[in-house]
Design a protein around this ligand. Sequence first.
Ligand code: HEC
Length: 240
Amino acid sequence: MNAWDIIKTIIFGGSTLVFFFILWFYNPFKHVEHYEVDKEVKEIIANPWKKVENGKTIAEEGRELFIASCSSCHSLRYDGIYLMSVQTNPKWKSVEKSVGRPVYRYGVLYKDRFFVPRDVYEAFAYDDLQGLKATLGQVPPDLSTMYLARGEGYLYQLILNPQKVLPGTTMPQLFNPQYDKQAKEKVAKIVAYLKSVNTPPPKEQIKRNVMGVLVIVYFIAMGSLLWKYRTNFLKRLGYH
Ligand code: HEC
């Protein structure tokens, strides 16, 4: 190895280290929160898979709250929640059975929740959706990927007080801390539920991280072997 080789190695190795350091420790793509989340509810949103006293997880409680408070206007197709007026329509069950697929998410199969393609659902629910549009000015959006699109701070503040975040919106305030002592907690549970639909639980996350490390180890091992036997390979390919 001459001096030039050593300099090249340092430059190449150093820039690789700097690149991954920036990517992993000062991630420029990291989601930045512009809306505040109250301290007392941050913990609730942090771990939707945590069990609470009654044996349910926070996400399951949030799902029940969602169905009770939001499904009169919003669907959440990725988790098999459709407008209340659709879900109570006896014909809907047969649509779910014939074109729906049971929801499968992060290694868990939910046999009683069905994913129905958007066009089928919107055709079936046409009158319901148009009715909502007539009274609210627009069709309330499906919330399947809303957590990814908006982040927890925005969702928390919006659900707690829609007028503050979207002035003039027709979405009503469903949990008012003035009258309901548990309002903030309930909103946090709903946000935790929306999060649980869009992000893998800790166990799954660990699995993915291990896979990532294994892939990198594989490339390093294969790269080293290729480097070690390079003259051999080149000879067999007819070079040298
Ligand atoms: C009476 C009908 C109604 C109910 C009930 C309702 N919403 Fe909405 N929601 C709307 C409408 C209408 C919009 C569209 C708002 C707009 O863009 O002005 C909306 C928009 C939203 C948005 C998207 C905001 C954005 O930035 O695009 C979210 C998230 C949301 N609602 C969550 C909820 C949750 C969670 C609940 C239950 C706690 C709920 N909504 C209950 C009517 C409703």
